[in-house]
Design a protein around this ligand. Structure first.
Ligand code: SF4
Length: 335
């Protein structure tokens, strides 16, 4: 589904001012006290609309996976809200938390590491249904068979063990496990980056088919902007825990505004030489999230850095319909 201009619509998930900091202990461990914080996610806000795919892209370590895990409460947030179904996910406990966990599932980069090697796939896929007390034993088996068929697994795979499957099949199992409880939102964390290129497109196509069939909403996290482009209606670009740009996919590619987005896009191979972008080479290394630069976090690598960038953080602004950027090159508002 394309979501480009329906901001009047209520979002399915509304993330506001999310921060996730990890304390770093001194050399004496707990006795040494906290010597600082790794600021993995810093004041990130976005909305996810029903039926869309919002892609989140950024280099490894930019905080995108931590953000996904925090929304699902696999790790606790430091600050912020995640509004879903009339409540704040970060305030849920007990029954409410379990209900949210049924509605929101995650697909991981390496499904193998989360599969119990001693359990048959059928048992593994039945587990989430048992946890959420869905159906009788017979109904659970039927549901597992149905979802296995939907993700392209054979029914005899039900009795096999994880080591008997290829990488692509394991990711199909990961998808089946996420979908078996009939969720509304699926957070896909680098779901194809460990797969061969030919298998990647099969899994991406499968994700799109499943989205149409089950009216799923995806938060699709990946470092490869070409993959993200293929599946996403909108894209958010993250750098050092900050969402620096957010736009409908077409406008992001037609007119990338943030210098970091421009650098990411300039590295994407384009077959037509007339449409090739000039390569933007970023200088220096990504700073440590333990010691973030003052002002704009990108200023140590930005080809367009100005004095103001070194002391003042840019404010997120909407510079075209649904196209948001945080950079002093645009507009006049400053924080
Ligand atoms: Fe570059 Fe300044 Fe924009 Fe940051 S605010 S991206 S340093 S121009």
């Amino acid at each position: 589904m394309s979501h480009t201009g329906s901001e009047a619509k209520q979002p399915l998930l509304d993330v506001q001012g999310l921060r996730k900091y990890f304390p770093v202990k001194g050399p004496l461990g707990v006795l040494g006290g906290v010597k600082g914080y790794v600021k993995a996610v810093n004041d990130v806000s976005f909305q996810l609309y029903e039926g869309e795919t919002l892609g989140i892209v950024g280099e490894s370590g930019c905080g995108k996976s931590t953000m996904g895990r925090t929304i699902l409460r696999l790790t606790e947030p430091t600050e912020g809200k995640a509004l879903y179904d009339g409540g704040d996910i970060f305030q849920l406990s007990g029954k409410g938390l379990r209900a949210m966990r049924k509605d929101m599932q995650m697909v991981f980069q390496d499904p193998f590491s989360s599969l119990n090697p001693r359990k048959r796939i059928g048992q593994t896929l039945e587990e989430p249904l048992a946890i959420h007390a869905i159906g009788s034993r017979h109904e659970r088996t039927e549901r597992v068979m149905e979802i296995m068929h939907k993700v392209g697994l054979q029914l005899d795979h039900f009795y096999r063990y994880p080591h008997e499957f290829s990488g692509g099949q394991r990711q199909r199992i990961g998808l089946a496990r996420a979908l078996v409880v009939n969720p509304k939102i699926v957070i896909c964390d680098e779901p194809v980056s460990a797969l061969d290129v030919s298998i990647q497109s099969q899994i991406i196509n499968l994700l799109q088919q499943l989205q149409d069939e089950f009216q799923l909403t995806y938060l699709f996290i990946a470092h490869d902007i070409s993959v993200v482009r293929h599946i996403s209606d909108r894209i958010g670009v993250m750098y050092l825990g900050h969402m620096v740009e957010q736009a409908p996919t077409e406008s992001l590619f037609a007119q990338p505004l943030h210098p970091y987005t421009q650098a990411l896009l300039s590295a994407v191979p384009i077959p037509n030489p007339q449409k090739r972008r000039e390569r933007v080479i970023l200088r220096g290394e990504i700073p440590s999230p333990l010691d973030l630069p003052a002002g704009c976090v990108f200023h140590t690598r930005c080809p367009f850095v100005q004095d103001v960038c070194k002391s003042m953080a840019p404010v997120k602004q909407e510079v075209a319909p649904n196209h948001f950027v945080s950079c002093h090159l645009y507009g006049t508002e400053r924080e």
